[in-house]
Design a protein around this ligand. Structure first.
Ligand code: ZN
Length: 250
């Protein structure tokens, strides 16, 4: 059972990542539903410390992530890009190494630092109408960016954003203000369904995500990628079979 000492060993293992700007992902939908990965993606990891049975990871901007391993959680350090099967809770990708959290099970932002979150997209009593109404508040932001705003709807990261919009054949570069009600509904519903399926099957959906430069699985057109929004998260889309605008300036 992970006790204090194993937490200290975990902190030691993650030390090489301190000082680096990390790419962060939550392949596991349960972890993704915490909304944590998008909050720390692209930020510098400033410190890692074991406090009691918790591992506290402090990121640039004063964001502190608490990881409690309980019986099952494990932090491992692996070479960057090492192929793996399964859905880790968190992948902290540095220049050469990545810290990988397996089997969570407790991952939270420290109290007092969490901005109010939207509904958890995986919640059993998820209210699609309410989520769409909130999403509508994103105004003239791009749909791909707005879907990842955890204050609007919590839990969707850039992988599920890309997959959901590819599934419903809508470009991530559509402005929310210009998107029809049905588009917003379909986008959120698709993200929820794909994440539920992934949770049930253990498989990540990978029809378009990280397939830039390769043929679209539906129409054969080359998939594109480009950073989007304030956080510059990478959007992946097919310029042919996903309806709507492309990036600005095109
Ligand atoms: Zn296509």
């Amino acid at each position: 059972m992970p006790e204090g000492d194993s937490l200290h060993r975990a902190a030691q293992r993650l030390l090489p990542l301190v000082g680096q700007r990390l790419e962060v992902q939550s392949p596991n939908p349960r972890a993704q539903a915490t909304g944590i990965a998008p909050r720390i993606d692209g930020r510098v990891l400033e410190s890692v410390e074991a406090v009691g049975k918790n591992l506290l990871l402090t990121f640039e901007g004063g964001i502190v992530v608490r990881s409690h391993l309980r019986m099952t959680g494990r932090w491992r350090i692996e070479p960057r890009g090492k192929p793996r099967t399964g859905l880790p809770w968190l992948v902290l990708r540095g220049d050469e190494l990545e810290g990988v959290l397996w089997n969570g099970p407790v991952l939270t932002l420290e109290k007092g630092r969490v901005r109010r979150l939207g509904q958890d997209v995986l919640a059993e009593d998820f209210d699609l109408d309410a989520a769409v109404a909130r999403l509508r508040g994103a105004g003239d932001r791009w749909l791909g960016e707005a879907l990842q705003d955890q204050r609007l709807v919590a839990g969707i990261g850039n992988m599920w954003m890309a997959e959901a919009l590819w599934t419903i054949r809508v470009s991530p570069w559509v402005r929310v203000a210009e998107a029809g009600e049905d588009v917003l509904r379909d986008a959120v519903a698709a993200a929820r369904r794909l994440m539920q399926e992934s949770l049930a099957t253990g498989r990540p959906g990978r029809d378009v995500y990280r397939r830039a430069g390769r043929p679209c699985l539906r129409c054969g057109t080359i998939v594109r990628s480009r950073g989007q929004g304030d956080a510059n998260r990478t959007a992946y889309w097919c310029p042919d079979c996903q309806a709507g605008a492309g990036p600005p300036g095109e």
